[in-house]
Design a protein. Structure first.
Length: 398
């Protein structure tokens, strides 16, 4: 999930300290630091005191925010955000890049505490006290106008879990992972008819469309099962092209523009329904089942990071390294006992599908006459199966 955290509170309320103590500054756009970069400190009313000039750096913040959103980064914005308009200026980017926005609220910090902490700052970071008092005077009005989820700062650690914990899914009889589909409907339908069970949990690892022949019917299949409570969809890189089309943007993919798009529009596929489906997609799923911890992504990582929520969506979707990176071998070397990963997206040399690994590769080149790979985890361990593409008209790209 792409997350934007907006810190809201007066100077001296402890926002920057909060971020530093949790090691979050590399993920932070700081208004104060930007002001110090672009505007020299100014003299204050007290002898020996200076403060960062409060110039308008809104466009700079928006540019930096968009650069990070393009990469799907987890982002913190450290600023006062005294006015509702200062928060709402981020709204169009939040919508465009599909982010969830949470306000981290420091307004419960007492005025006297903020003033005291402000006086203890480096002399070049001290804020004139009348500005802090102005913030508190206008606080109640702005609080009532926020449209995003608001969390008090002391509840945030529980919300985003500084150390990622896997979700326990032992109530299911089996966890079923399905690899890249790429608009190849025949093996998908065959698998679903043979294997669907309401006591199984299904995880699709992304890349539902493009390259294959059946874009429209494959999409309709996913739309038909999207409300099932035991089905989870992960985002692949090709879903980014579908997102662009559904939001009336030109895709970066020639295959999508020349083939997939034409098929979807010829069939009058409803973009609103597609947008609703895209909002269900996750960039990863980390779970625990029968004593095994399993990370599922589209691209594949080199290890399971302790703070998954800080890993960018771009890297979760496209993976660590490039298409030639032996990511499964790298993960095997880095992994702890009873840790596993499942991914699709890349399989240079089309390595075989085996249970003798801690990193399962579900990319089987199904659209090129290969097989749709399915990995099932039961109480007895992992089981692999391949559904060969039996469509004689399969489009082979070589």
């Amino acid at each position: 999930m792409k997350q934007l955290y907006i810190l809201k509170g007066a100077h001296g309320s402890g926002k920057t300290t909060f971020l530093k103590e949790r090691g979050l500054m590399p993920y932070t756009i700081s208004q104060e630091q930007l002001q110090m970069l672009f505007l020299a400190p100014a003299l204050g009313l007290q002898k020996g005191k200076m403060f960062a000039e409060r110039g308008n750096i809104s466009n700079m913040i928006l540019n930096l925010l968009e650069m990070r959103m393009q990469n799907g980064d987890t982002i913190f914005i450290d600023g006062v955000h005294a006015k509702v308009s200062e928060i709402q200026k981020y709204h169009s980017l939040i919508v465009q890049y599909g982010y969830e926005c949470v306000i981290i609220d420091f307004s419960s910090v007492e005025l006297e505490t903020a003033l005291k902490q402000n006086r203890l700052k480096d002399k070049m970071l001290v804020t004139p006290e009348y500005l802090i008092e102005q913030y508190y005077n206008g606080l109640e009005t702005s609080k009532k106008q926020l449209n995003y989820q608001v969390l008090p700062y002391y509840e945030v650690d529980d919300y985003f879990q500084l150390i990622s914990k896997p979700i326990k899914v032992d109530r299911y009889e089996a966890i079923v992972h399905i690899g890249d589909i790429h608009a190849t409907l025949e093996p998908l339908q065959r698998f679903w008819k043979e294997s669907y069970h309401q006591n199984h949990f299904y995880i699709f690892t992304g890349d539902f469309l493009d390259r294959g022949l059946d874009n429209v019917d494959t999409l309709k299949f996913f739309l038909s099962i999207q409300r099932l409570p035991n089905v989870l969809f992960l985002e692949g890189n090709h879903e980014g092209y579908l997102h662009q089309w559904a939001h009336n943007q030109k895709s970066r993919s020639l295959i999508f523009e020349n083939e997939t798009k034409k098929q979807l529009e010829s069939a009058f596929v409803n973009k609103k329904e597609v947008r609703r489906f895209l909002r269900k997609l996750k960039d990863h799923f980390y779970y625990e089942y029968a004593g095994k911890k399993v990370l599922v992504t589209h691209g594949g990582l080199s290890f399971i990071p302790s703070r998954l929520f800080l890993t960018s969506s771009e890297q979760l979707i496209k993976g660590v390294g490039d298409f030639r990176t032996p990511i499964d071998s790298v993960f095997d070397e880095n992994t702890e006992e009873n840790e596993f990963q499942v991914h699709g997206h890349r399989n240079f040399g089309l390595k075989p599908f085996t249970v003798d690994t801690s990193s399962f590769n579900l990319e089987g080149a199904v659209e090129n006459g290969g097989a749709m790979r399915v990995l099932t985890l039961t109480k007895n361990g992992f089981h692999t199966r391949e559904y060969k593409n039996q469509n004689e008209k399969t489009l082979v790209r070589g």
